[in-house]
Design a protein around this ligand. Structure first.
Ligand SMILES: C[S@@+](CC[C@H](N)C(=O)[O-])C[C@H]1O[C@@H](n2cnc3c(N)ncnc32)[C@H](O)[C@@H]1O
Length: 338
């Protein structure tokens, strides 16, 4: 159980095969051995080091609302959707696959609440977020959507996995108070951002907790977050850092050495460092307000804040009051007229 829990919590359960891990497995097969191979791991480690030193973040802005999206500008990775589809009935099992996400509410709910209270003058005792509209992207079964609704916010949870949305709807239906403020929709962020009624400039906050490491296209995600938020709106992200430590623990130790989680569970390539995430968000008109490290204790099953962002972290960013695309367009119009 310890091993199981440790695997889930540190490394999430939820990513897909990585080229690195496949490489290790292939190397093991080529060597005719089924067990662990140091040679294969060290070869992969070297490859990874080479790759990581040559990694250049190439950020180009893809304004999701300006043109019809091509498939390459979709945030959806079909493998991820398939995997979560298989887990769609398990969201509310507090000791099951999503136990670590249940426990994470102890940190992420106050993080979102307190940062929103700093940004907005709200005065509703008992329902401190009343009057705010929040979009929970990748809401799954509503583990975070519900507590935000309980704090008084109007929350829309979206997820491309229809069965997860079904689970979330059924769970919320049991609470008459929540039913008035929390709703769900099976769709992507890019679909929503193109929707006149529910999309552009409508939300005071967007939350994407443990989601960005499952997306196919982060540029589209960042651009669409900017589009659906009101000027000055808040974006909250929790995710996994892309460090040697997360590679060593999540890929090498958990999958190859200890076999805590099945080989190929994680895609380290999709992890992102706070610096790269900050750069991406700033190029999409956000300013990052805070980044805090999070640490899971596998023995107690509890999360705590830490100074180190080496494995998990939470980020709060605010959308600029002026849209950078509008600004650019205005500047180029001014240039043509001068
Ligand atoms: C690790 S779960 C996190 C669920 C929820 N945010 C929570 O913390 O309880 C990741 C979620 O992201 C969703 N997801 C995967 N691809 C997505 C996409 N392109 N857009 C939005 N959500 C996506 C999955 O279906 C899944 O529900």
């Amino acid at each position: 159980m310890y091993a199981n829990k440790f695997g889930r919590l540190m490394f999430g359960l939820y990513s897909r095969n990585t080229a690195a891990v496949c490489g290790v497995v292939q190397a093991q097969r080529a060597g005719g051995r089924s067990g662990f191979s140091w040679t294969a791991v060290s070869r992969q480690w070297t490859l990874w080091l080479r790759r990581s030193t040559s990694l250049e973040s190439q950020h180009h802005t893809v304004p999701c609302h300006m043109s019809a999206r091509s498939a390459s500008h979709s945030t959806v990775d079909p493998d991820e959707v398939r995997r979560f589809q298989l887990l769609a009935s398990k969201w509310w099992d507090e000791r099951g696959e999503f136990a670590a996400l249940h426990a994470m509410n102890d940190l992420r709910v106050p993080f979102i609440r307190d940062n929103l209270l700093n940004e907005h003058r709200l005065g509703h005792p008992g329902k401190p977020l009343a009057g705010l509209r929040i979009l929970d992207v990748g809401c799954g079964g509503g583990l975070l959507t519900e507590p935000l609704g309980r704090l008084g916010a109007d929350v829309l949870g979206i997820d491309p996995v229809g069965d997860s949305i079904g689970t979330a709807q059924v769970h919320t239906a049991f609470d008459p108070d929540l039913r008035q403020r929390v709703s769900y929709r099976a769709c992507t962020l890019e679909d929503l951002s193109e929707d006149e009624e529910h999309g552009g400039g409508r939300y005071d906050a967007v939350v994407a907790s443990e989601v960005v490491e499952h997306l196919a296209d982060l540029e589209t995600f960042a651009s669409c977050c900017g589009h659906v938020l009101k000027p000055g709106g808040s974006l909250f992200i929790t995710t996994l850092n892309k460090t040697n430590l997360s590679y060593a623990l999540a890929i090498v130790a958990a999958e190859q050495l200890l076999r805590i989680v099945p080989s190929g569970t994680h895609d380290w390539e999709k992890f992102i460092s706070p610096v790269d995430l900050e750069r991406l968000l700033e190029s999409n008109g956000f300013s990052v307000q805070s980044v805090q490290g999070m640490l899971y204790n596998p023995v107690s099953g509890a999360w705590s804040w830490t100074n180190s962002t080496a494995i998990n972290y939470a980020l709060h960013a605010v959308k600029a009051r002026e849209d950078p695309h509008t600004e650019q367009a205005q500047e180029s119009t001014a240039d043509t007229h001068s």
